[in-house]
Design a protein around this ligand. Structure first.
Ligand code: F6P
Length: 390
């Protein structure tokens, strides 16, 4: 069925950090677009840089065949944004008009953007400039607003949980405290789920600032029960609780970030803090600036326990997508193709409960979805004895 009201020619790009499931989503959009709705599909390469510089190629059915389980993205990606394109002298320039020009020159009726928070901010900006845009939520961090889940997250949980399983046996053999740092940017979804799946004894996430005393107390308790080894899953964004702060303080809202950063910098320049704070307050600026290293050091110093740190890093973004992510990305992609046929634009495909639906881009742009401290996953973890350092 050829589309009469909807798009006849679309561009598709992947932007931001890659994740497993991007190719499954490209396939999910392109296959029905090409064969069911007779829409021409143009692949834009290297994210928004490709839109600014017009790096594109027509995608044919054979280009999107055999890519369902492939990691990475056949289109390439970048973190560059049209309104802030970097220059060799370190400055940046607004090249949004060039992005709009490419859109017109290619004769696009819609641009499909596969990405996370940064991508959806750009997508909304372009929509405000008059382009038709559809967003697809991807990120291992699962921190996009207005969708219960993003594709890529489940694959990263799998990789991280498997890593924790592997650490478990060596932790037990050496009676060590193994600290594993997981990605997640400013949200704790990945560390929470992977930690829960891997049976981590302590999980530290940005949404629940930790107290090193509480962590040490929990480890001491475990030793008393004959458990001389432990696993601590630390989200890369986890931070210690400031003295006098409440036990569970949500991370600063976006608007307050700059002010807090400056306060943090000032404090970092004064070891121990100007008001004579303990190493608890200095933790996040100690050593390499990672909470994982700081927590490990504090544990060995205070309890005399042997610790080791693993930073799992980009391993969490690589490899094949899980079947869950292949299915999710395919559902999101095919839903987007149906939106194209209906001519429904300037929305992000989203999962609400068990339903795939779409939400206005303006409800997503500039927002972040954090773990609510009363989230059921936290409740379940606490019930099985997991400590959150609070
Ligand atoms: O957003 C995905 C993510 O992997 C985050 O978890 C992490 O903070 C960041 O990207 C790392 O970015 P890069 O690949 O640019 O180092």
């Amino acid at each position: 069925m050829a589309t009469t009201t909807g798009a006849r020619c679309i561009g598709i790009l992947t932007s931001g950090g890659d994740c497993p499931g991007l190719n499954a989503a490209i396939r999910g959009v392109a296959k029905p677009a090409l064969s069911d709705f007779h829409i021409e599909v143009i692949g834009i390469e290297k994210g928004f840089r490709g839109l600014v510089e017009n790096h594109s190629r027509v995608l044919h059915p054979h280009d999107v065949s055999g890519i369902l389980s492939l990691g990475g993205t056949i289109l390439g990606t970048s973190r560059e944004k049209p309104h802030k394109m970097p220059l060799p002298n370190g400055q940046s320039v607004d090249l949004t008009p060039r992005a709009i020009e490419t859109y017109s020159r290619l004769g696009l009726d819609c641009l499909i953007c596969l990405g996370g928070n940064g991508t959806h901010k750009v997508a909304y900006n372009l929509a405000k400039q008059g382009l038709n845009v559809i967003g697809l939520p991807k990120t291992i961090d699962n921190d996009l607003a207005e969708t219960d889940i993003t594709f890529g997250h489940n694959s990263a949980i799998n990789t991280a949980a498997e890593a924790i399983d592997r650490l478990y046996s060596t932790a037990e053999a050496h009676l060590r405290v193994m600290v594993i740092e997981l990605m997640g940017h400013k949200a704790g979804w990945l560390a929470l789920s992977a930690g829960l799946a891997g049976g981590a004894d302590i999980i530290l996430i940005p949404e629940i600032p930790y107290d090193i005393d509480s962590i040490c107390q929990h480890l001491t308790e475990r030793r008393r029960r004959g458990k001389w080894f432990s696993i601590i899953a630390v989200a890369e964004g986890a931070r210690p609780r400031r003295p006098g702060a409440q036990a569970t303080t949500p991370p600063a809202a976006d608007g307050e970030k700059k002010k807090k950063k400056k306060q943090k910098k000032d404090k970092a320049e004064k070891p121990g803090g100007k008001d004579g704070e303990s190493d608890v307050a200095a933790l996040d600026t100690e050593g390499d600036g990672r909470s994982s290293s700081a927590v490990a050091k504090a544990i060995s110093r205070r309890l005399g326990m042997e610790t080791r740190v693993t930073v799992l890093g980009h391993l969490q973004r690589g490899g094949v997508p899980t079947p869950f992510d292949r299915i999710l990305a395919t559902r999101f992609g095919t839903y987007a193709a149906e939106m194209l046929a209906r001519g429904e634009y300037n929305r992000m495909v989203a999962m609400k409960g068990a339903e795939v639906t779409s939400v206005p881009l303006e409800d997503v742009a500039g927002k972040i979805k954090l773990v609510p401290p009363d989230h059921p996953l936290i409740g379940s973890a606490r019930r099985v004895g997991t400590n959150f350092g609070d």
